[in-house]
Design a binder for this molecule. Structure first.
Ligand code: PGA
Length: 261
């Protein structure tokens, strides 16, 4: 079985470097107790904390990595306020999240998401592409929306780089403290199958590659529902927001991901 990918999206938290170090230490202690054979654990802190945490990741070993939550595609230049993907890589990130709904809400179109994704692959990063519908309408129009996000996000990516990409399916109504509820494992599984079907239509992608393509679940993941998404939902991993900021919850989620069949 391929490794499960467990991604902590800290968003714009915590408020101080000292807290970031403490949260990281607690999280890596939790990851350190696990074998590392079954899980790849990725912590995505605010970019400013990457250089603080990078030396600690090296000490923690191979099953733990750092990721960035966003980045700019040009390597350098007159782009006030931006941080380039290449800089993030140098600061210690080996993953990049692209297309998170909170970034899309701030203006990231499918086209920008695609640029960021391609720039990340070119810089040697692995990518987590977030997709998800705002609502699940009876007529099933959300499937077209999802398809559009997957196709546009992956446009122009050669098949040989697909092993560097995972998709996180995160329905908007399930994300964050305003969330109505998490998705159901069954609802997620249907979406994951649909996403793999869309991927199988891409040039150079065999049926086997599409079937093995990692689709993670994200949106109100908790210690209580993690096992269900991984077992009944057959999720390839989890993208965890709020629960990753609570060391006890994060530890329980990692343990569950290691022990759930
Ligand atoms: P949540 O966030 O786990 O707090 O719902 C998930 C995400 O936004 O990636």
């Amino acid at each position: 079985m391929p490794k499960r990918l467990l991604v902590a999206n800290w968003k714009m938290n915590p408020a101080t470097p000292r807290e970031a170090k403490a949260l990281f230490a607690a999280g890596s202690r939790a990851a350190g107790g696990l074998s590392g054979r079954k899980l790849e654990v990725v912590i995505c802190p605010p970019a400013l904390y990457l250089p603080l945490l990078a030396p600690k990741v090296e000490r923690a070993g191979a099953a733990l990595a750092l990721g960035a939550q966003d980045g700019y595609w040009e390597p350098e230049g007159a782009y006030t306020g931006e941080t380039s993907i290449v800089m993030l890589r140098r600061a210690g990130a080996s993953y990049l999240i692209v297309g998170h709904s909170e970034r899309r809400r701030a203006g990231d179109t499918n086209e920008l998401v695609n640029r960021k994704l391609k720039a990340a692959l070119a810089a040697g990063l692995k990518v987590i592409l977030c997709v998800g519908e705002a609502e699940r309408d009876q007529a099933g129009q959300y499937l077209g929306w999802l398809r559009g996000q997957v196709l546009a996000g992956l446009a122009g990516v050669p098949a040989r780089l697909f092993p560097k990409v995972a998709i996180a399916y995160e329905p908007l109504w399930a994300i964050g403290s305003e969330a109505k509820r998490a998705d159901t494992p069954e609802g997620f599984l249907e979406q994951a199958i649909y996403i793999r079907k869309v991927i199988s239509s891409l040039p150079g992608i065999s049926k086997e590659m599409a079937l093995a393509f990692p689709v993670l679940y994200g949106g109100s993941v908790s210690p209580e529902n993690a096992a269900l998404f991984l077992s009944a939902g057959q999720a390839s991993g989890l993208l965890v927001g709020r629960a990753s900021l609570d060391p006890d919850h994060w530890r329980q989620i990692l343990k569950t991901a290691e022990t759930t069949l």
